[in-house]
Write a protein of this length. Structure first.
Length: 223
């Protein structure tokens, strides 16, 4: 299976948002500066997976306002500052259990440790904070760039997506075709992208904001 590049997927996402969800399109942040990405890597002591760097150089995350682009239950994509803050925050929590994980080898840490030093939280979850979301493995080795999911008070685990490039390609396809993305379908509500829990397929549709069955559920998800 051929997967499009990060830049190609972003172009598809941008095109769909511009046509169907202009508010969400307008909340995409400009590209990050390469020097800011390098500074974040230096501060965290890691090298970002190439897909993450390429994505940040397309958009440095999103503005956190009503209508912002989210990855369904995984929340909005983080910018450089968000990644640094979230990673340092979760490293602090992970340090409390580090002693119990001291005997794990490097590969076991990627699979079983609570929050290895090289792990990067790249979305802000449904609550828009560093309590859940998608993460990437930045440690060189067989799991480099692999995508995992983390939810507060639950054990991290890997997703079916091998890299962020695959996540963005899946998102672009979901928007274009109105198909499922992590169990939800995209709906445009008065210029805003909303994720519907219904499982019907077909081109993503536009509905009125008064359709509480869609808009209300999405809003309540952040409470």
């Amino acid at each position: 299976m051929i997967t499009t590049t990060v830049a190609q997927s972003w172009a598809r996402i941008e095109a769909w948002l511009a046509q169907h969800a202009a508010v969400s399109h307008g909340l995409l942040r400009p590209p990050a500066r390469p020097e800011d990405v390098a500074a974040a890597e230096f501060r965290l002591g890691v090298v970002f997976p190439s897909d993450l760097t390429e994505s940040l150089l397309c958009h440095d995350g999103v503005q956190l306002q009503d209508g912002t682009l989210t990855l369904g239950y995984y929340g909005p994509l983080s910018g450089v500052e968000d990644i640094v803050h979230s990673t340092e925050f979760l490293r602090g929590i992970g340090s409390d259990v580090a002693e119990d994980e001291a005997d794990l080898d490097e590969e076991e840490r990627d699979q079983y440790a609570y929050w290895p030093h090289e792990r990067l939280l790249i979305t802000l979850g449904i609550g828009w904070q560093s309590s859940d979301g998608l993460f990437l493995v930045s440690r060189p080795g067989p799991y480099h760039g692999r995508v995992g999911r983390y939810f507060d008070e639950d054990s991290p685990s890997f997703t079916e997506w091998p890299t962020l490039r695959h996540v963005l390609a899946s998102l672009a396809t979901s928007l274009e075709n109105g198909t499922l993305f992590n169990g939800r379908t995209p709906v445009a509500v008065e210029g805003r992208l909303i994720w519907d829990d219904d499982t019907g397929t077909g081109p993503a549709r536009s509905v009125r904001v008064s359709d509480e069955s869609v808009f209300g559920r999405e809003a309540r998800g952040r409470l």
